[in-house]
Every structure is written in C-alpha cells, then in structure tokens.
Design a protein around this ligand. Structure first.
Ligand code: HEM
Length: 164
C-alpha cells in the first residue's frame, strides 16, 4: 500500500514536476490526444463511415492549426529562430527545427486534403486524385512530427535526460 502510494507520487512528479511550463504540458496532452484521434478517424474510414471520418480528421487538422499558430510558432520565433544556424549542432535546436520543418509540411498537407476533399474552393485541376495515398502519408508524417515533438519536450523540459 505504502509502496504503491510512493509509486503514484513518483509518477505524478515525473510528469508534472518537469521544468515545463503549464502551457507546454497542456500542448503535450492535446497533441497526444490529436495523434490518437487521427488513428481513430482512420479506422472510421476503414469501416466505411466516411462522414464521421471527414468530421473527425477535419476537426483535428483545424484544432492543430490553432495550437501551432498560438503556441508553437511564437515559441519557435523566440527560442529557436535567433539561434539558427549557429546552434543547429545542439540537440535542443536541431530537434525543434526538424520538428518545425516536417510539422509545417504535414500541417499544410493536412489542410490541402481538407480543402480538396471537403470544399470546392480549389479549381478542379488542383484537387487530389489519390486521396488514400495522401491521407496515409500525412498520417505517417503526423506521427513522425508528434514523436519529434515529444523528443523536443523531453530535451527542453526533462532535466538530466540528455547530456548538455
Ligand atoms: C503536425 C503538426 C505538429 C504536431 C503534431 C506537433 C506536436 C508537438 C508536441 C507534442 C510538442 C511538445 C509540447 C510542447 O513542448 O509544447 C511540440 C512542441 C513544439 N512545436 Fe510542434 N507540432 C506540430 C507542428 C509544429 C510546427 C509547424 C512548428 C513550427 C514552428 C512547431 C514548433 C514547435 C515548438 C517550437 C515546440 C516547443 C514549444 C514549447 O514548449 O515552448 N510545431 N509540438
């Protein structure tokens, strides 16, 4: 009993008592939920529930756009951009920059699918034909970006995890 309570406490400390600001913890939890949400959305498509699939994936792509614009881009401009390219040899900046570059491509590709499949704003010749390939690629890239985001969080806020 005593032992498990101590275990609980350690777990709580491990997560909430990193050096991370509250906002970064919130973003972390939201991003993990969105990553899982996209997998759930992909399953909906496999089951033929295309309407629900479209709503689920669109909501996540748009919510993520808001998180990126409100939280990540400002943080990138303050903490990373002034140190590029001088400090790119350091994990702190290299992880965040790789994450930001692939993240930008992925979010834009997600928005392109959304515009192409869900609206008629794009002229016919700019609309996607191979939807499945685009959607699968974006889902895979999204998870690469998510894992790079987790690595960025770990490098920035979890003390002693990386050697300086
Ligand atoms: C598919 C798109 C994206 C996903 C899934 C994603 C996911 C994540 C996650 C899980 C974190 C860790 C939580 C945190 O430290 O706040 C993070 C942090 C970060 N991301 Fe992204 N991200 C994406 C796109 C971008 C883009 C486009 C940029 C471009 C500027 C960016 C820049 C950053 C920065 C600078 C941080 C550190 C923020 C901080 O803690 O102050 N991310 N991201």
């Amino acid at each position: 009993m005593e032992r498990s309570r101590r275990g609980d406490k350690l777990l709580r400390e491990a997560f909430f008592e990193t050096a991370a600001p509250r906002a970064a913890d919130l973003v972390l939890v939201m991003e993990i939920a969105m990553g899982v949400g996209l997998l759930v959305g992909a399953r909906l498509a496999r089951k033929g529930r295309f309407q629900q699939h479209a709503w689920c994936q669109s909501a996540i792509v748009l919510l993520n756009l808001a998180v990126v614009v409100v939280m990540m881009i400002p943080s990138f401009r303050v903490h990373v951009l002034p140190r590029i390219p001088a400090k790119l040899g350091k994990a702190y900046y290299a992880l965040a920059t790789t994450h930001a570059v692939i993240g930008t491509v992925t979010e834009l590709a997600g928005l392109y699918i959304l515009l192409s499949a869900g609206t008629s704003v794009l002229p016919e010749k700019f609309r996607i034909i191979k939807y499945k390939a685009w959607m699968r690629t974006v889902l895979a890239l999204w998870w690469v970006v998510l894992l790079l985001g987790l690595a960025t969080y770990a490098r920035w806020y979890v003390p002693h995890l990386f050697r300086k």
